[in-house]
Design a protein. Structure first.
Length: 458
């Protein structure tokens, strides 16, 4: 079908996620045709370096034949098996076992979902169930971080700390709360110890305000992704984990973005040897080749629910596609690429180059901060380096950046507040990394050629 016809059909029928519906009707879609390695080709034949791995997810890169073959074989042999009524499939069992082996500490029990958002919702339901059946029904309140992202479902959107996911959705609920993000660049001093101390004090104060007997859990991403790739100081995760233990609240690590080699270790918690009570994962689990997420529960938490649930009663939470055998087969093939196919090792090899090359952009007139961990990075743009002034929304900087970047053959995430996010596929070579940064540097130079933006820079 011709490109123009597809764009018109898209306008007429397809609702896109997290998009201005009216603006999309005017703009139309950018349609992609194929992908190989770290590169995409659109329907007009342009080749683009994907600096964002789809949506933080195509970690192993496009066109991995072993993953395609695993999906096809599973679909031919057993395309579906329910997890209800004690049924299951070989692929789901093996994937759960491998995840338990790879995950930190005693996160030995796996509930499969369709993605990250419903993994967070499932975690919330398990937390509520746990406290109810153990005789602590008042522990209902949950605390997360401002600028954090925990999905856009009815429950998860309230834990998310981004205004766009709250506006007109009656979210968050009265039992969902937020404390300031550990944001060194925007912190009063920027001192690592001060950032950590302020986060600890904020969580302690919020729990004291609500009453520890009423607080169930604290949710956080080890690195905040959609909030602008905010990298906390080393020691922050350890301090927050320790405080949760002290206050008797569950610690939930949302590794939907940071998991599966994105930061240089299989899971970001490993950088500080932190073992959460619950971990949510998705994205890199199947590298985006098919929908799947998971909730990993620690052994004590699983035993608490299993042993305190009414005898013989079903724990009433389930999805039709939980543990879908095709997605599980994809997950197994993707894990093999990480562990045996050299993908994780490659990420560890090229990550330092990526960090160094991006860090060198700090001298650019628009760049206020560069922060990164492995192949996950944020570049914060400002119009005044001394005052750290954010670009005026009237400049329409994100849309112009994305357009110019695309024209330069590069895809990245241009957040609405002047932050640019990068999460390139872990299969990137050194040449790919150098090309990515070169094209981004060119994009920054090109954006200064826009008169209103050039005049805004002080």
């Amino acid at each position: 079908m011709r490109l123009n016809s597809l764009i018109e059909l898209d306008r007429a029928h397809l609702i896109h996620p997290v998009t201005s519906w009216a603006a999309h009707e005017q703009r139309g879609a950018t349609l992609l045709q194929s992908g190989k390695g770290a590169y995409l080709t659109d329907l007009e034949g342009r080749t683009l370096l994907d600096g964002f791995a789809g949506l933080w997810c195509v970690n192993v890169g496009y066109g991995q034949q072993s993953v395609v073959d695993a999906a096809a074989e599973q679909m031919t042999r057993l395309p579906y098996a329910t997890g209800y009524f004690h049924f299951g499939s070989e692929a789901a069992v093996l994937l759960a076992a491998q995840l338990a082996e790879l995950a930190p500490g005693d996160l030995d029990h796996v509930y499969f979902t369709l993605g990250g958002s419903d993994a967070v919702d499932s975690a919330v339901r398990f937390i509520r169930y746990h406290f109810n059946v153990t005789g602590r029904p008042t522990k209902k309140h949950m605390i997360a971080l401002d600028k954090g992202y925990h999905g856009s479902t009815t429950i998860g959107s309230g834990l998310t700390g981004l205004p766009a996911f709250h506006a007109f959705f009656d979210s968050p609920t009265p039992i969902q709360h937020h404390i300031p993000a550990p944001y060194p660049y925007r912190h009063a001093t920027g001192d690592d110890a001060g950032v950590i101390a302020d986060s600890v004090a904020a969580l302690r104060a919020k729990v004291e305000e609500l009453g520890a007997e009423n607080v169930a859990a604290f949710f956080c991403e080890p690195i905040q992704g959609s909030g602008g790739v905010i990298v906390p100081p080393t020691g922050w995760l350890t301090a927050m984990r320790a405080l949760c233990l002290e206050l008797d609240i569950l610690f939930v690590a949302d590794e939907v973005i940071t998991g599966f080699g994105r930061t240089g270790t299989m899971f970001a918690c490993e950088h500080e040897q932190v073992v959460p009570d619950i971990m949510t994962i998705a994205k890199g689990l199947t590298s985006g080749y098919s929908p799947m997420g998971a909730v990993l529960l620690s052994d004590p938490l699983f035993r608490s629910i299993a042993d305190h649930a009414p005898k013989g009663a079903a724990v009433g939470h389930g999805f039709t596609y939980s543990g879908h055998p095709v997605s599980a087969a994809v997950g197994l093939a993707v894990l093999k690429l990480y562990t045996e196919g050299g993908i994780l090792a490659n990420a560890q090899a090229v990550g330092p180059l990526f960090e160094r090359r991006l860090a060198a952009l700090i001298d650019h007139p628009l760049v206020g901060d560069v922060r990164s961990k492995g192949l996950l990075a944020g570049v914060e743009l400002v119009t005044n380096k001394r005052t750290k002034a954010k670009p005026d929304p009237a400049l329409n900087l994100p849309e112009q950046l994305a357009r110019i970047g695309y024209d330069n053959g590069l895809i990245f995430r241009a957040f609405g507040d002047g932050i640019v996010g990068f999460a390139p596929p872990l299969c990137c070579t050194e040449d790919d990394i150098n090309l990515l940064v070169d094209r981004f540097a060119k994009t920054l130079d090109n954006i200064l050629d826009v008169p209103e933006i050039r005049h805004a820079v002080d």
